[in-house]
Ligand binder design. Structure first.
Ligand code: AMP
Ligand code: FE
Ligand code: FE
Ligand code: ZN
Length: 294
């Protein structure tokens, strides 16, 4: 029995609808899922309603890009309900900042001689939050590159000529806002931060003290050894070893729901551990009483 707590739909840079994701999850026998579209909760009502028609347990989530030690870290936020709230309100601003950044990317690409308009990119995104994979989609359609990976490597990745940064919360602010919203913040795919796994316990301890609830340990890109190593570090830190496929449909064609590259299996016990991590006093121990969060 397994779960998948990292999934993207058409509401951000995935290509499957929430209903299609739930249907696939049911087909392969997952017991729980979380939808984690970038900077939005717009897909949550549909995913939750679809999950309710199955035996699959559902967690409302989102994925944020935050700043930590001058680097970009991705933070998954679980149990963030749609509607107003401390973090929810910030998502509105983050999406507005994306709009400005998207215009900047278009003009950088045009400056490099690529004939691409913002209308083409927003059409590619449909009603989803626009992200760089949508630029990549248009670039493939127009024959400028052959794959999403090539679009990032040549143009869109940090340090490449059409890269434009966007507004981010700091990791600390995002963690506090998440806890203020009764949600559980978790570091996504920690290998993307310039830190060796052996350094995670020391590096992330301060974030745990302010409310970090977990680290994504069961991830498709990791060897079984690395998954176990990170899960061990989570044990040491007293936080949850979470996991998921980071499914994006056609934008990441090598990743499948539930199984990642094929060998992923996120233990279903993780689901209930995450539910428990929602209780601040239980999760934070003495720090919770210091912060008056009880
Ligand atoms: P954005 O949200 O616009 O900053 O775009 C970030 C998204 O682009 C990530 O969530 C991934 O889905 C995708 N992405 C980032 N780097 C790459 C890469 N090198 N190859 C393919 N997709 C990537
Ligand atoms: Fe993405
Ligand atoms: Fe991510
Ligand atoms: Zn993701």
């Amino acid at each position: 029995m397994a779960v998948d707590l990292h999934l993207h739909s058409v509401f951000s840079d995935g290509t499957a609808t929430p209903e299609e994701i739930v249907a696939t999850a049911a087909e392969i026998g997952l017991t729980g899922i979380a939808l984690t579209d970038h900077d939005t909760l717009a897909g949550i009502p549909r995913a939750s309603a679809a999950a309710d028609r199955t035996a699959i347990k559902f967690i409302a989530g989102t994925e944020l890009s935050v700043e930590w030690r001058d680097q970009t870290m991705h933070l998954l936020v679980y149990f963030l309900d749609p509607g107003p709230g401390p973090l929810q309100d910030r998502l509105v601003e983050l999406r507005a900042a994306r709009d400005e950044r998207n215009l900047r990317i278009v003009s950088l690409l045009q400056g490099l001689g690529l004939d691409i308009s913002i209308e083409e990119v927003t059409t590619e995104a449909g009603f989803g939050v626009v992200g760089r994979p949508h630029f990549a989609g248009v670039m493939i359609e127009k024959g400028y590159v052959e794959s999403v990976a090539e679009a990032f490597d040549r143009y869109l990745a940090a340090g490449r000529p059409a890269y434009a940064p966007r507004q981010k919360l700091t990791a600390e602010a995002a963690i506090r806002l998440a806890r203020d919203s009764r949600a559980v913040p978790v570091i996504a795919h920690p290998h993307t931060i310039g830190l060796r796994a052996a350094e995670y316990a020391t590096g992330f301890r301060q974030l745990v003290s302010i409310g970090l609830g977990g680290i994504e340990s069961y991830y498709g890109e990791y060897s079984p050894e690395m998954r176990n190593q990170i899960a061990g570090i989570c044990d040491e830190l007293g936080i949850v070893a979470t996991g998921g496929s980071d499914y994006h449909g056609r934008y990441k064609p090598h990743l499948e729901i539930g199984v990642g590259r094929g060998d992923l299996r996120v233990p279903d016990a993780v689901f209930d551990q995450l539910v428990s991590a929602r209780q601040p006093c239980r999760q934070l121990g003495h720090d919770a009483s210091q912060n008056g969060v009880v």
